[in-house]
Design a protein around this ligand. Structure first.
Ligand SMILES: *Cc1c(COP(=O)(O)O)cnc(C)c1O
Length: 381
């Protein structure tokens, strides 16, 4: 069955029944005999889809876990209340006191905050490496256990060569955790490129309607057991309404991403043609240094792009003049967004980031001509 068809069938209940798995709100699951209670507890040890207690998730969470595990080509998926909780919970599953963690320098800023603010207090040493390294020998220590990657890079879209990097990490026995929020399991699948765990902030494209917070971590092979242990010990799950809304959003994941991609490419080309712009950062634009690798490893791009403006450009008043782009954090909903960014501020390594003020745009599902008219009007007024 093709992936588009699977999106429509994830979570299908026995017929006759609803097309979506129902929201089941429950803490306690009631049994009429002690034996039934005991059997359920025994079954859930090897089956995460057994309805046993609210903390282990209920019907829509179980359906969502199976759906995302399949989408990501993994063996098991676990759910968290936010993307950051998923990243923090996943990283903590693979490193502890005395261990060393390597993190790509172009990682999402909140992941970096977790690694810098929490891990050292727990006895974990953290080092950053540049996004284009495919051999991490210079940073490797005897106690290095795991590597955190993200492709394309947060805000600036540097494309990592994960197949090449994971050949090296496998030879060194390291667990590789990927933040796959950009590709959201549809455009890009790090587990197929050699990573061990893939984390998606479903707050973005899985939910897709700017009204859900959730995170998912999908693991394969030997990486499943430590993740499962950590999730159960920490009591992580996703509430039934959020699981329902995420799965509902996923029904149109492919269609939305197709349009986000089209619209973003058209807007990127428009920005590139403006005299006020010095660079457009988008991994699928011809001329982007990562475009050949992105084309090889992914099936497309999403609605994100960043723009560097010429020195002295009044970026804030330009953004304030936009009518169809609201100013805001996050992305992945149906609507267009803009915000100022300063990616160099937190990074350890210097890349060829263009000088001048920068903004990150999320291109929504509006008619692209309206978006382009809005940008042109803000430039020209
Ligand atoms: C938004 C985002 C997260 C965090 O997700 P939240 O649900 O906001 O906690 C993590 N990684 C990336 C790349 C993101 O864009």
């Amino acid at each position: 069955m093709r992936r588009e068809t699977k999106l429509m069938h994830y979570g299908r209940q026995p017929l006759p029944g609803p097309a979506n798995p129902p929201v089941v709100r429950a803490s306690t699951i009631l049994h009429d005999t002690v034996k039934s209670y005991r059997d359920t507890k025994a079954r859930r040890e090897s089956d995460d889809s057994v309805l046993s207690y609210g903390r282990r998730g209920t019907t829509p969470a179980h359906a969502l876990m199976a759906a995302i595990a399949d989408l990501e080509s993994g063996d098991a998926c676990y759910l968290f209340p936010t993307g950051v909780a998923a990243l923090a919970g996943t990283i903590s599953a693979y490193v502890g006191a005395g261990d060393h963690l390597l993190v790509v320098d172009t990682v999402f800023p909140a992941t970096r905050s977790f690694c810098d603010a929490v891990l050292p207090r727990n006895g974990v040493a953290v080092d950053y490496f540049p996004w284009n390294a495919t051999d991490l020998s210079d940073w490797l220590r005897p106690e290095t256990r795991a590597v955190v990657v993200e492709a394309p890079g947060s805000q600036t879209f540097e494309v990592m060569d994960l197949p090449k990097l994971t050949v090296w990490t496998r030879a060194s026995g390291l667990t590789v955790i990927a933040d796959n929020t950009y590709g959201s399991g549809w455009l890009y699948r790090p587990l197929e490129l050699g990573c061990d765990v893939s984390v998606i902030a479903g707050t973005k494209y899985l939910g897709g309607h700017a009204d859900v917070m959730m995170g998912a971590a999908t693991a394969r092979g030997d990486a499943v057991a430590p993740l499962r242990r950590a999730v159960l010990a920490n009591g992580q799950t996703l509430a039934p309404d959020e699981a329902y809304a995420t799965l509902r959003g996923m029904r149109t994941l492919n269609l939305r991403l197709e349009r986000h991609q089209q619209n973003a490419l058209a807007v990127a080309q428009r920005f590139a043609a403006r005299p006020e712009v010095s660079a457009v950062l988008h991994p699928a634009l011809p001329g982007h240094p990562g475009a050949p690798i992105w084309q090889r490893d992914s099936s497309g791009s999403n609605g994100l792009l960043s723009v560097a403006f010429k020195q002295g450009f009044a970026l804030e008043s330009f953004l304030d003049r936009l009518r169809l782009f609201a100013i805001g954090s996050s992305w992945g909903g149906f609507e267009s967004l803009a915000m100022t960014i300063d990616p160099a501020a937190s990074r350890r390594f210097k890349y060829d980031l263009p000088p001048g003020p920068m903004a990150r745009f999320h291109i929504g599902l509006e008619h692209v001509d309206d978006l382009i008219d809005d940008l042109d009007a803000a430039f020209d007024s």
